[in-house]
Design a protein around this ligand. Structure first.
Ligand code: SF4
Length: 316
């Protein structure tokens, strides 16, 4: 049977970012340095394949510090943690390594600086996401107000409109966040904040690459986990950019082939926590069913690298 022709637009950049790469390295190096088990508070990055692989090497994933024995090292995930978590680990005299992405830590520092200057904070983010919980947890309760939408901006009750600052989650939709920031600046003209928002380079680049391919695609697949914020945003960005069938898939086995019948062009990208091996798997699955031509569409080049914490660079 002859295969139908298909152009596969492979977005670049896609997949792993420097913060995810560093966080995974931290767990691997901690296992090398201290042996198994090493405890990890929350999924180190939001990807089941990555987490399962590290679990096989001896990492134990827990949600709270209380679940870790005091005599084993614990690692905090790339999303960041409330200030109370390392403080509690220190009180228990635990060995801990913070794998918070340096770009998330930068937002924590911004929030603390505004607080020291007497400003109340508004955080633009998703309620319950670990990064939002971690950033809000840098300041005392009530000092950070969460807004998720433009509608929230209209109703948020602040202490003093003249004494306000904002920060954002790093993995939001650039366009939606721009609208929320604009609404904040209209309602609170004195609000202080970053020039645009705190969305990181990796989120920005992956969204731009999706925007470049989506209009030419009959379908677009984002390799990523359902709890990965930046992956879910890529699906939304693809739909807004003109590709009505945009779906998140964790593995090739999740692809709904019936929904893809008759397509001539498909886009493939991946969230910042999805390893390249899973993207290869998805591309190969298309290659097995179609007479496929792969076109790489690169909208930016990345050369960001973050060092692992010093404690892991010195021998045990
Ligand atoms: S998505 Fe951005 S903020 Fe999150 S880990 Fe990657 S580089 Fe850091």
């Amino acid at each position: 049977m002859t295969k139908a022709p298909l152009t596969l637009y492979l977005a670049a950049p896609r997949g792993f970012c420097a913060g995810v790469d560093r966080a995974i390295k931290i767990v691997e190096m901690a296992l090398e340095k201290w042996g198994a088990p090493v405890y990890v508070r929350h999924e180190i990055v939001h990807n089941k394949f990555v987490v399962d692989g590290l679990r096989d090497k001896g990492a134990v994933f827990v949600e709270e510090l209380e679940e870790c024995p005091p005599d084993r090292p614990v690692i905090f995930s790339a999303h960041g943690v409330p200030k109370a978590v390392p403080a509690e680990a220190a009180r228990r005299e635990m060995v801990y390594v913070d794998a918070t992405c340096p770009l998330v830590s930068k937002v924590h520092i911004e929030a603390a600086r505004h607080h020291e200057n007497g400003l109340q904070m508004i955080m633009i983010g998703h309620e319950g996401h670990p990064e939002t919980v971690g950033t809000m947890g840098q300041l005392p309760e009530g000092e950070v107000l969460l807004v998720e939408t433009v509608e929230d901006v209209a109703t948020v009750e602040v202490r003093d409109p003249a004494q306000l600052a904002f920060v954002t989650q790093t993995t939001l939709s650039i366009d939606d966040t721009a609208d929320i920031v604009a609404a904040l600046r209209v309602r609170f003209p004195a609000i202080v904040g970053p020039h645009k928002e705190d969305i990181c380079y990796a989120t920005t680049n992956r969204q731009e690459a999706v925007k470049a391919i989506a209009p030419d695609c009959d379908a677009l697949l984002v390799v990523g986990a359902p709890n990965s914020s930046n992956s879910k945003r890529l699906v939304e960005v693809a739909r807004k950019a003109g590709c009505s069938y945009a779906q998140l898939v964790q593995r090739a086995e999740d692809i709904d082939w019936r929904a893809l019948e008759g397509i001539r062009a498909v886009g493939v990208t991946a969230g910042a926590s999805a390893p390249e091996v899973l993207i290869d798997e998805v591309v190969a699955a298309f290659g097995a069913r179609f007479d496929m031509t792969v076109e790489k569409v690169e909208t930016a080049q990345e050369n960001v690298e973050f060092k692992v914490p010093r404690v892991l660079r010195i021998p045990a």
